[in-house]
Design a binder for this molecule. Structure first.
Ligand code: GRF
Length: 218
């Protein structure tokens, strides 16, 4: 059997990205396995999804820790214990401290529901809509010390339609999140990602697809 990359997934919410990764690990199309799922929320759907899949699921409630660093130390200890090689933040709604970053340099990924560097932070589907942007999307990036600022691995562009609501746009973005997050993990698992300053090099490079995206079309 080929080596499977050991993942530690952190999630606070419903866990649909987690589910996409579980499904791809399960059907064998992603050479990875989830060693542990950790949530800071006892009632998160992500924990339930993990349990349903027979994956070790831990709740580490941030409210039980006096500081962010104390919370991070507990999370890092659990991840090390599980022997994980890549940390996958999948809707994890906590900022992470240097304690966490230093434990896994270049080994923490996040997904963000906008085309970074546009619209970092929270409620970004609504912000893109209110701004009047014609496109937005999803970004998988490595995590650094800033908020949604780390080197970008993959982005998918999603059109904003005239009759979109925050919900319809979020759903369209989420569909792409579920495609690009497993793909980014796959590239990492294959040892094909190299962080070079702000840029992430894919080696060997992927052949180009359609090079220009225009919305509305010409
Ligand atoms: C996703 O939109 C993700 O990009 C954002 O939080 C949402 C999590 O959704 N960071 P889910 O819990 O994976 O369904």
């Amino acid at each position: 059997m080929t080596e499977r990359l050991r993942l530690g997934c952190l999630a606070s919410g419903g866990g649909s990205n987690l589910q996409a990764i579980i499904d791809r690990c399960r059907d064998g199309s992603l050479a990875a396995e989830i060693s542990v799922v950790i949530s800071n929320k006892p009632d998160s759907g992500a924990l339930q999804r993990a349990r349903n899949a027979g994956i070790p699921a831990l709740c580490i409630d941030h409210r039980n820790f006096p500081t962010r660093e104390d919370f991070d130390r507990a999370v890092v200890a659990a991840l090390l214990e599980a022997g994980v090689e890549l940390i996958v933040l999948a809707g994890f709604m906590r900022l992470i401290s240097d304690v966490f970053l230093d434990a896994f340099p270049g080994r923490i990924m996040n997904i963000h529901p906008a085309l970074l560097p546009a619209f970092p932070g929270l409620h970004v589907q609504r912000k893109a809509l209110e701004y009047g942007a014609r496109v937005t999307g999803a970004t998988v990036h490595f995590v650094d010390g800033g908020v949604d600022t780390g080197p970008i691995v993959i982005q998918a562009v999603v059109p904003i339609l005239d009759d979109d609501t925050e919900e319809s746009l979020s759903a369209r973005i989420l569909e792409q999140e579920h495609r690009i997050y497993p793909r980014a993990i796959e590239l990492f698992a294959q040892g094909r990602l190299r962080i070079d300053g702000r840029r992430v090099r894919i080696e060997p490079p992927l052949p180009p697809g359609s090079e220009v995206l225009v919305h509305p079309p010409l």
